[in-house]
Design a protein around this ligand. Structure first.
Ligand SMILES: [Zn+2]
Length: 109
């Protein structure tokens, strides 16, 4: 039980610090993974809102879809986009404020 409480506090701390995290599977409203949980400022008042969002875009290298994942050991503390066709090689950063990313691998295209 103590472990779960510690994980919950770490999760909430990361959400409030970073304003975007990968949503735990238990909380996702869809049956799909790759869903983010975001703390967005409200335009109406100072209270923000929690939003589930699922981002996808097209891989510029192979035209397959790119979806978001935890960065893991290779990109700790980051959310990265990985191509469905080449998840290890076609890896992109994700800037949630500007909704853009760039390749995290050296490419020669
Ligand atoms: Zn690709």
């Amino acid at each position: 039980m103590v472990i779960y409480v510690a994980q919950l506090f770490r999760f909430l701390g990361e959400l409030f610090d970073m304003r975007i995290v990968m949503a735990p599977t238990l909380l996702t409203p869809w049956s799909k993974d790759n869903v983010t949980l975001e703390l967005r400022p409200s335009s109406q008042d100072s209270v923000g809102e929690l939003v589930f969002a699922r981002y996808s875009y097209t891989c510029p290298l192979c035209n397959a879809s790119v979806v978001l994942f935890e960065g893991g050991k290779e990109f700790p503390g980051r959310i990265v986009g990985r191509c469905r066709r080449s998840a290890r090689e076609h890896v992109y950063s994700f800037d949630p404020a500007r909704k853009i990313g760039r390749s995290l691998r050296e490419t020669t295209i």
